[in-house]
Design a protein around this ligand. Structure first.
Ligand SMILES: *[C@@H]1O[C@H](CO)[C@@H](O)[C@H](O)[C@H]1NC(C)=O
Ligand SMILES: *[C@@H]1O[C@H](CO)[C@@H](O)[C@H](O)[C@H]1NC(C)=O
Ligand SMILES: *[C@@H]1O[C@H](CO)[C@@H](O)[C@H](O)[C@H]1NC(C)=O
Ligand SMILES: *[C@@H]1O[C@H](CO)[C@@H](O)[C@H](O)[C@H]1NC(C)=O
Ligand SMILES: *[C@@H]1O[C@H](CO)[C@@H](O)[C@H](O)[C@H]1NC(C)=O
Length: 351
């Protein structure tokens, strides 16, 4: 288990631009949730009445009795025969297509004879030229492969095998035969074989959706941010030597490029356990973290300090671990790099 290891986990699936939050809970069986949909004028929209699982009750059993209103309007939105553009079906409210004036709050009510759950759903419809203002943020690490996901399509494509998307970067179509991008039929992902800092920007995915003789288009805009995976610049060797009883400091220096220092954690482990836990802040300690700027680029340095090297240290793996996190909302997205160091007794060539 010696040497330089590289692990990268990036999961961006379904990063989305809306929040689901419980805003009100009045009484025992009355729940209001808020969900915000952002959509483009002229495109089909499906609002789903979520099934709030309130306490131990499963309101999904109330599906047949769902009613929809637009807040401020007294009339219930009914079936397709009443209005061929906006109608309710099952647990969904459909707009074919949505228009700017449809923006507002829609309230769906699920009920049976004893329970009632109300859900308020925000819909904001914007002009096509404002698509970037409602873009979904996604983040990828540079210098490795990654994928962008075209979000929130499944209401239109129950049949995944027939899914076909067109992808654009800053309005220019991306070619599938390009070595940089892989577009798989039946997938909502755009795979990038190697992400570069210059790949940041706006991506658009488009899906054609035929419905009752008319052809609609579903467009999603993604704002891609790229961040660097931290690089351990020091130590470069996986061994170092020390004499028994000597003092020693092992600095670990990490390059984070233009990324802010705050996104990167650097720590030392002894046999995979945090140093301060193993040595209880006594003989071996982690020194103070330093945030360094050199030529406009950011580094972090954390030293491992031995008051006195002991025999057991020659048999312990010391690991410097640098980990990138990008905000709590992306806690499944992080890049990790580690280097594992072995200490050798002075004058011992091989260890
Ligand atoms: C109404 O729905 C609630 C929640 O699912 C359920 O516990 C209850 O039995 C239902 N009542 C009737 C009369 O169906
Ligand atoms: C519904 O509309 C009324 C009057 O405009 C407003 O006071 C209320 O906050 C709205 N409800 C929701 C859930 O947005
Ligand atoms: C729907 O509502 C009606 C009357 O409000 C009620 O009789 C019926 O049981 C409900 N259906 C379901 C499946 O809860
Ligand atoms: C899905 O679409 C494919 C291609 O259009 C078609 O061959 C297949 O029968 C469809 N499957 C279902 C379950 O509709
Ligand atoms: C680390 O593991 C090695 C091998 O299992 C063991 O000899 C050594 O004592 C351990 N070091 C510490 C600090 O526990």
């Amino acid at each position: 288990m010696h040497g330089l290891f590289f692990v990268l986990v990036a999961c961006t699936a379904g990063t989305s631009a809306f929040r689901l939050q419980q805003i009100k809970s009045t009484g025992k069986d009355h729940t209001v949730f808020f969900k915000h949909y952002y959509e483009l004028h002229g495109e089909p929209v499906v609002l789903k009445c979520p099934s709030p699982r309130y306490k131990h009750l499963d309101f999904s059993a109330l599906t047949p009795n769902i009613t929809w209103y637009k807040n401020g309007s007294k009339t219930m939105i009914s079936g397709k025969d009443e209005d061929p553009r906006i109608w309710a079906k099952g647990d969904a409210l459909l707009f074919f297509p949505a228009m700017l004036e449809d923006s507002g709050v829609y309230i769906c009510t699920r009920r049976n004879s004893s329970y009632c759950a109300e859900v308020a759903i925000h819909l904001t419809v914007v002009e096509k030229r404002a698509a970037r203002e409602i873009a979904y943020l996604q983040i990828l690490f540079t210098f490795t492969s990654g994928k962008i996901v075209c979000p929130e399509l499944w209401d239109f494509t129950p049949n995944r095998t027939s899914l076909e998307l067109k992808w654009y970067k800053d309005a220019l179509p991306l070619e599938d035969d390009n070595e940089k991008f892989i577009i798989l039929k039946g997938s909502t992902s755009l795979i990038m074989t190697s992400v570069l800092p210059t790949d940041a920007g706006y991506y658009t995915c488009k899906m054609s959706f035929p419905f009752e003789g008319a052809m609609y288009e579903v467009t999603r805009t993604i704002q891609l941010e790229t961040i660097i995976t931290p690089i351990i610049v020091y130590p470069t060797q996986k061994t170092t030597s020390a004499a028994l009883g000597s003092k020693m400091t092992l600095p670990c220096k990490v390059f984070v490029g233009l990324s802010s220092h705050v996104h990167t954690d650097v720590e030392w482990l002894a046999n995979d356990t945090i140093v301060d836990v193993v040595y209880k802040q006594s003989r071996v300690t982690e020194g103070e973290r330093q945030e360094i700027v050199e030529n406009g680029e950011n580094f972090i340095e954390v030293p491992l300090i031995f008051d006195s090297v002991e025999e057991v240290d020659f048999y312990t793996d010391f690991t410097c671990l640098a980990q990138n996190r990008y905000g709590y909302q992306f806690d499944c997205l992080f890049g990790i790099i580690v280097i594992i160091i072995r200490i050798c007794k002075n004058n011992v060539k091989q260890c």
